[in-house]
Ligand binder design. Structure first.
Ligand code: NAD
Ligand code: GLY
Length: 367
């Protein structure tokens, strides 16, 4: 087991990463008790993950007063109303401020459970048990919780840190290939924002990752969590540098919203968004087209899309532009983007040429 720490003073917490961790915690039940205040637990999962891992998770909390809430599966249910079953369960059972919520699932379950924990009785504890690669390398760490609005992704939410993160890499065995690739998009993001040697490692090891080589996955998860933990520790509430983690996301969120939540997976949209960020960076002369090609090559090796899919719905420049203008990274009316000035070096800027942005949107729009 690898243990990393997210260093946030009194809100610090460990990330445990390892194969068969659920069994390990089950055999050492005293370990989990350090992260639970009272006697009450609510496990939140969904209809796909519950049949796979709920029984084991219930056993882990067998000495507590424990309830479970099973949500429908899908990004379309990540809404304000979608968290009501969690809140109803808490209210109906009169769970107190010492209750701990446990998010058993991918980023959708994690974001929704974290948000419910942030608002129930003005804030109760929660634990993340991420079961997708995306959640293990990104969404379970850092305390961003929330839900989508029809007009914008993740627009309603709160910063609320978990008590601990238990990333059992064994759960990735039941994940389908498309979801695995979606998680790899966020891994590529870490390489592009600040680590050229990790970018080269990914080029050399993408085959192993796609084929679920345990060592390669463990290395990629550890590297990603280490990177994210350091960035979050330096800027917990995204007052500045944490926004670097949004490389590809302003484009990506617009794509996800425009295509309809769930039609393009989050990691797929981020992959296309990173290609768009590279395109805009080339237009400014910040990277050359060879560098852009290397980025596209790596993304393709991960079986990720590099263009907006045109099957579901056509997306226009105007729609992308309008959605991007509603992004959380618009401050005082100014859109901020994460762009690239070398492999392994990205930066946040509002000083880009609007005409060049329009050209990038023209190149990638499908209508
Ligand atoms: P997801 O939660 O929808 O999970 C993907 C699919 O895999 C779902 O159908 C799920 O039921 C299934 N699944 C999960 N674990 C499984 C397993 N072990 N075996 C088989 N099937 C399994 O999607 P995701 O990619 O995990 O997360 C995407 C969400 O995360 C988006 O809503 C995105 O906005 C959010 N996100 C949040 C942050 C953050 O910092 N909070 C960061 C990145 C992404
Ligand atoms: N996924 C971006 C962040 O956590 O800041």
């Amino acid at each position: 087991m690898i243990t990393l720490n997210v260093d946030l003073d009194e809100r610090s917490y460990p990330i445990f990463i390892g194969d068969n961790l659920l069994n390990y915690f089950l055999n050492n039940k005293n370990l989990i008790s350090d992260y639970i205040k009272g006697k009450q637990i609510v496990i939140v999962s969904n209809e796909t993950i519950a049949p796979l891992y709920l029984k084991k998770t219930l056993e882990l909390f067998s000495s507590y007063q424990c309830k479970s809430v099973i949500l429908p599966d899908g990004e379309i249910y990540k809404t304000y109303d979608g968290i009501l079953p969690i809140i109803n369960c808490l209210m109906e059972n009169q769970f107190d401020r010492h209750v701990t919520l446990v998010a058993l699932g991918g980023g959708v379950v994690g974001d929704m459970t974290g948000f419910a924990a942030a608002i129930y009785r003005r804030g109760v504890n929660f634990i993340q048990i991420p079961t997708t690669l995306l959640a293990q390398v990104d969404s379970s760490v850092g305390g961003k919780t929330g839900v989508n609005h029809p007009l914008g992704k993740n627009m309603i939410g709160s910063f609320h840190q978990p008590q601990c993160v238990i990333a059992d890499t064994n759960t990735l065995k039941t994940l389908d290939d498309r979801q695995l690739s979606s998680g790899i998009a966020e891994v590529i993001k870490y390489a592009l924002i600040n680590n050229a040697s990790f970018f080269n490692w990914l080029l050399n090891n993408m085959d192993a990752l796609i084929n679920r080589d345990a060592d390669a996955l463990a290395y990629a998860i550890k590297f990603s969590c280490q990177d994210k933990a350091a960035i979050v520790a330096a800027d917990e509430k995204e007052q500045g540098q944490r926004a670097i983690l949004n490389l590809g996301h302003t484009f990506g969120h617009a794509i996800e919203t425009a295509l309809g939540y769930g039609n393009c997976l989050h990691g797929e949209a981020v992959a296309i968004g990173m290609v768009m960020a590279a395109d805009l960076s080339v237009r400014h002369g910040w990277i050359d087209s060879d560098t852009q090609q290397k980025i596209i090559e790596l993304i393709k090796l991960a079986s990720l899309p590099v263009q907006i899919p045109a099957e579901e719905k056509q997306v226009s420049v105007q729609e992308l532009s309008r959605l991007m203008q509603g992004d959380k990274k618009v401050l005082d009316g100014q859109l901020h983007l994460v762009l690239i000035n070398a492999l392994g070096n990205s930066f946040i800027t509002s000083e880009f040429d609007r005409t060049k942005l329009e050209q990038t949107l023209e190149t990638f729009s499908t209508k």
